[in-house]
Design a binder for this molecule. Structure first.
Ligand SMILES: C[S@@+](CC[C@H](N)C(=O)[O-])C[C@H]1O[C@@H](n2cnc3c(N)ncnc32)[C@H](O)[C@@H]1O
Length: 221
């Protein structure tokens, strides 16, 4: 992004290192601080276009022989393969708000769900703070719902979430009272939850990431 006639630091760094978007540095910081991705992780990346997080997710899996997988979903098509991605990365074009839990589960390795779910989804920003925050909250809740299914009682009770026990979930939100509600819902279900505002976030942005680590076993199972 060119701001005031000069390309900003993270834009230049992204170009220098072959990342398709400066957003790559946000996931790099999350990974450096929280180590959510390990060799062999099965990763679901919601709102993956143009592919910066796909690149960092694949790099974070380590050498190809260590296995792992990354499934990216976006309404926009991703021009694959971006640099740093290998055949462990697959993408589909779909609207996350209407994508059934069962379809996502069927796309996960051995249909067993994912060990890491990332949501960098954001609505088309209107500039109206309350409206944008409300839309962002809806996308965040959708990510939570896909991850946890009936455990957060948003869906019929047979609707199983696609995040594995022990797994991690990252959700982008725009700061608001509602955003705090997502943390309140998540907190009892995970070993730890925390907030992170990455250095690569533009100063004018209200975005913030909720990081939920270590999904606890379901009391019902
Ligand atoms: C900030 S961009 C993601 C950037 C990406 N993490 C990267 O590093 O390249 C937000 C993305 O969310 C996607 N998005 C928003 N609403 C969506 C929805 N309902 N279903 C799927 N993707 C959605 C947009 O199309 C957009 O590509």
């Amino acid at each position: 992004m060119v701001v005031g006639g000069t390309a900003d630091f993270f834009y230049k760094e992204a170009q220098r290192l072959g990342y398709v978007a400066r957003s790559a540095f946000k996931l790099l910081q999350i990974q450096n601080q929280h180590k959510i991705i390990s060799p062999g992780s099965s990763i679901l990346d919601l709102g993956c276009a143009p592919g910066g997080w796909l690149q960092v997710a694949c790099q974070s899996l380590g050498p190809f022989r260590g296995g792992g997988s990354v499934l990216g979903v976006d309404t926009k098509k991703v021009k694959v393969p971006p640099l740093h991605c290998d055949s462990r990365v697959q993408t589909i074009s779909a609207d996350v708000t209407t994508l059934p839990h069962q379809r996502l589960k069927a796309l996960s390795p051995k249909e067993k769900g994912f060990s890491v779910i990332l949501s960098d989804m954001c609505p088309l920003v209107s500039g109206i703070t309350t409206k944008d925050a409300a839309l962002s909250f809806e996308l965040g809740m959708r990510a939570l719902d896909l991850a946890l299914g009936s455990r957060i009682h948003l869906e019929p009770s047979d609707c199983v979430g696609v995040l594995k026990v022990g797994g991690h979930l990252v959700i982008k939100l725009l700061e608001s009272e509602d955003a705090k509600e997502i943390n309140q819902i998540s907190k009892p279900l995970f070993r730890k939850t925390s907030w992170l505002r990455p250095k690569a976030t533009r100063p004018s942005s209200r975005e913030i990431y909720l990081i939920c680590q270590g999904l606890k076993p379901d009391a019902m199972t």
